[in-house]
Structures are given as structure tokens and as C-alpha cells.
Design a binder for this molecule. Structure first.
Ligand code: GDP
Length: 448
């Protein structure tokens, strides 16, 4: 999967990383090539557009981390944006319900629905120890029912006995009943498909869904059909509602357009991918791993991640050093607030630590909740570097200017300065505590 796209993207990015400095025009030129590569890979236009827009704005706003090149930074941004487009985290089948858990398989004929039903049943049974019953609801093609029972025998999964003359809803009810009586954990219902999405198909699927209340509705779509697979998914989701996608035939898909667009267009996760005709040819869909495979630049991505961590550590060490000397100016406070903002507010963290209740009260008095942090950073940003290093300079007229510059009131500026004094005192206290005691531990945790 993704062979062509992978080759092109890594070529484009490779050129970027080999350059020393990057201009905005370099980035734009690279993005034009990325755009072309994605379109050739049959990625939906709306996805191409939002992808390149995101990369561009992130690349422009990015702070280039020391010890990596701007090109490497762009690779990391492309990688992260790709992971996000693919859905961020793997999203496995959810069986969190009272057994027997019904799973409804829907999709067009020939998409690989019956094959995928058997593959999934086998996986749930062999790997997760679930007892699975499969039933074919395809009343129009007796061969489809036969096919499922043959596959069932092949993988050692039970199938519902075939009874002639029943309609799909009747078979589904019988399957649920049999699963309950037989102590099955999961019952997989393989619905009938058509060659195109039509009203009769949708009505039948909707009816079965209403009668069986499935915990998962998995849409099986053929990756080789590219954007048609995405449109099919959208149609099924709009009409019956699906919980996830099984994308088949990715083994033959050199372009990858369906895989790349599916999540962004439908909002539904790809849960599994079919990678061949054999019964074990089924993989979980891991966005990060897929992104690595597409870009083939795993080393650069981890290099940038490590470098970014080092920067945080260096900053923390610098502040620790200042603390030991009893110095803590408004620039340090801004760095500190930035780090606290990253970990989601200081109060919550302190609340989790024994013996920190008193300090926590002080902190909330100092108004360090998540939302105020970014306002405080804005106020500090409106000061001149000289003022930040020497807060004593801040008399009434300067405070007024700073308030106007950051859209705050003078009282807020005063409150910030008071917080700074409290923090500076706290820092001094912690600094004197040296490396011992709970406060030192706290200081380390905050990277202070
Ligand atoms: P259904 O009509 O949707 O139930 O489709 P089937 O399950 O009968 O599959 C149609 C054909 O596609 C069969 O020959 C399968 O072996 C094949 N098939 C299904 N999934 C995959 C896959 O992931 N890769 C490949 N290469 N073939 C597949």
C-alpha cells in the first residue's frame, strides 16, 4: 500500500532536509509537490487542501528546535499532520457490552464483506478468546450463505444453520437467540450486498440494524475503488450509521487514496485493513505506523522529538540555576507559565500530590488556572525585554501601556506582578530547599 505516494513524498522531503536554510518559498514549493503527489494518489481534494493548509501554517509558526534543520522540522510537521489525518490512534473493535455482542457487517457486494466477517470472527476467537457465532443474512444469494459456512469450517468458527425461506430480519433474530442460548460472546451478522448503493439495500440494512441494535456497524469497503469507497462509506453512514470501516484489498492498492481520505471525509475510523485473501490477512490500522511507512522517515521524526525534549530540559536547567541564585524575573515566569500550560495547569497536578494542599491554595490564590495562563503570557509579551528582566521599572504609565497592548486592565497587570512576586518568593524557598524535600521534587517535576 502507498508505494507510489511513499516514493514521491520521501523524495520531496528528502530534498528539503538536505538544505541548510529554508525560505517560505522553499516550503511552498515543496507543498505544491506534496499536493500533486496526494492528488495523484487519489486522495479526496478537500483532504488534500486541509492537509497542505495545516502543514503550511504549522511550518510558518514553528519554532525551529536547536540541533535539527528546518527541513527536518518540516518532515516532522508533515508526519504529525499525516497521523492526524489518518485518525491519530488505533481504534479496535469495541466489544464492551453484555454478550452476545452483535456486530453488523455492511457494504457492497464484492467488497470483501463475507471474507472479512470470517477473518474478524477468527481473530476475536483465536486472539481474544471470544466465542463467536456467524450468520449470513443474504437471502438472495444462497451461495453467499454456503460461502460463510465453508469459511466458518475453515477457521473453526460456528455458523448459524441455514433455514430456507426466512428473511434477513428473521435470520438476524434467530442468530441472536441462538447466540444467547449457546453462550456466545459475539454474533456477527453478514448482510447482503448489492453492486451499487440502492434504496432497497439501505432499507434492509436499516431494518436489520433497528431489530438487532448492533454494538458495531462495520462498513467493508474496497480500497482499490479509491474515492468510490469513501463515497460508499459516506452513503452508508448517512443512511444507517456506521461505527467503523474495514478497508479491504490494501495489498493491491499502490495509491492509498481511500485509506488517506476515509477518516477525514467520513469522520469514521478505519478499524481494520484486509491485506490478502488468506484468513489471517487482516491488520489493525495504526495511523502512526502507516505515516511512518508512507514517509519512510522514522529516524528524522524521532530525532526532532528527542531534540524538542532536550530543549525543554535545557530551559528547565537554566531556570533551576537562576532559582539557586534567588533570581526569577518575568521572562522566567513566562517560560514557566508556558511549561505549566503544556501540562494542563498547575492546580490539578498539585492536587494529586500528598502534602501539597497548602501550596495548592496559594497557587489558586495566585490565579494559575489554565485559562488565565495564556492571558498572563500575553501581558508579559507586551512588556519590553528590559521591563521583563527588571519588574521594578513598572510604574503606573508603563502598566497602562502594557494593559492597552495586551487588551487587559491595569488591575490584571497588578495581579500578575503580585503573582510574580509570590512565585519569586516560592522559588527562593524551593531553591534553598536544595535537592531534598518534597518542594525540590515538585520543582523538578515542573522543570523549575
Ligand atoms: P462480499 O461479496 O463483499 O462478501 O465479498 P467476498 O468476501 O466474497 O470477497 C470477494 C473476493 O475478494 C474474494 O475472492 C476474496 O478472497 C477477496 N478478498 C477479500 N478481502 C481481500 C483482501 O483484503 N485482499 C485481497 N487481495 N483479496 C480480498
Amino acid at each position: 500500500m502507498f508505494d507510489g505516494l511513499s516514493e514521491k513524498l520521501s523524495g520531496i522531503l528528502d530534498k528539503l532536509t538536505r538544505r541548510g536554510a529554508l525560505t517560505e518559498e522553499d516550503v511552498n514549493a515543496a507543498l505544491r509537490e506534496v499536493r500533486r503527489a496526494l492528488i495523484e494518489a487519489d486522495v479526496a481534494l478537500e483532504v488534500v487542501r486541509s492537509f497542505t493548509d495545516k502543514v503550511r501554517s504549522r511550518a510558518v509558526g514553528a519554532e525551529v528546535v536547536k540541533s535539527v534543520t528546518p527541513g527536518q522540522m518540516v518532515v516532522k510537521i508533515v508526519h504529525d499532520t499525516l497521523v492526524e489525518t489518518l485518525g491519530s490512534d488505533a481504534d479496535p473493535i469495541n466489544l464492551d457490552a453484555v454478550p452476545p455482542v452483535p456486530i453488523l457487517m455492511v457494504g457492497l457486494q464484492g467488497s470483501g464483506k463475507t471474507t472479512s466477517t470470517a477473518k474478524i470472527a477468527r481473530r476475536l476467537q483465536d486472539r481474544q478468546g471470544r466465542k463467536v457465532l456467524m450468520a449470513s443474512l443474504d437471502t438472495r444469494r444462497p451461495a453467499a450463505m454456503e460461502q460463510l459456512s465453508v469459511l466458518g469450517q475453515q477457521v473453526g468458527v460456528a455458523t448459524l444453520p441455514i433455514v430456507a425461506g426466512q428473511n434477513a430480519v428473521q435470520i438476524a433474530r434467530r442468530a441472536l437467540e441462538a447466540a444467547r442460548l449457546g453462550g456466545f460472546d459475539v454474533v456477527m451478522l453478514d448482510t447482503a450486498g448489492r453492486t451499487t448503493v440502492d434504496e432497497a439495500l439501505m432499507t434492509e440494512v436499516a431494518e436489520v440494524k433497528a431489530q438487532t441494535q448492533p454494538h458495531e456497524v462495520l462498513l467493508v469497503a474496497d480500497a482499490l475503488t479509491g474515492q468510490d469507497a469513501v463515497n460508499t462509506a459516506r452513503a452508508f453512514d448517512g443512511r444507517v450509521g456506521v461505527t467503523g470501516i474495514v478497508l479491504t484489498r490494501v495489498d493491491g492498492d499502490g495509491r492509498g487514496g481511500a485509506a488517506l481520505s476515509m477518516r477525514a471525509v467520513t469522520g469514521k475510523p478505519i478499524k481494520l485493513v484486509g491485506t490478502g485473501e488468506k484468513m489471517d490477512a487482516l491488520d489493525e490500522f495504526h495511523p502512526a505506523r502507516i505515516a511512518n511507512r508512507i514517509l519512510g522517515m522514522g529516524d528524522i521524526v524521532s530525532l526532532v522529538e528527542k531534540a524538542a525534549q532536550t530543549i525543554d530540559q535545557e530551559k528547565a536547567a537554566r531556570i533551576a540555576e537562576k532559582m539557586r541564585k534567588g533570581k526569577f524575573d518575568l521572562e522566567d515566569m513566562r517560560d514557566q507559565l508556558g511549561q505549566v500550560e503544556k501540562i494542563g495547569g498547575i492546580g490539578g497536578l498539585m492536587g494529586m500530590m500528598p502534602g501539597m494542599a497548602k501550596l495548592k491554595d496559594q497557587v489558586s490564590a495566585a490565579n494559575l488556572s489554565g485559562k488565565t495562563i495564556s492571558r498572563q503570557i500575553a501581558i508579559i509579551n507586551s512588556m519590553t525585554p528590559k521591563e521583563r528582566r527588571n519588574p521594578d521599572l513598572l510604574k503606573a504609565s508603563r502598566k497602562k501601556r502594557i494593559a492597552a497592548g495586551s487588551g487587559a486592565k491595569v488591575e490584571e497587570v497588578n495581579r500578575l506582578l503580585k503573582t510574580h512576586r509570590q512565585m519569586a518568593d516560592m522559588m527562593k524557598m524551593m531553591g534553598q530547599g536544595g535537592k531534598r524535600g518534597p518542594l525540590a521534587g515538585l520543582a523538578n517535576m515542573f522543570g523549575m
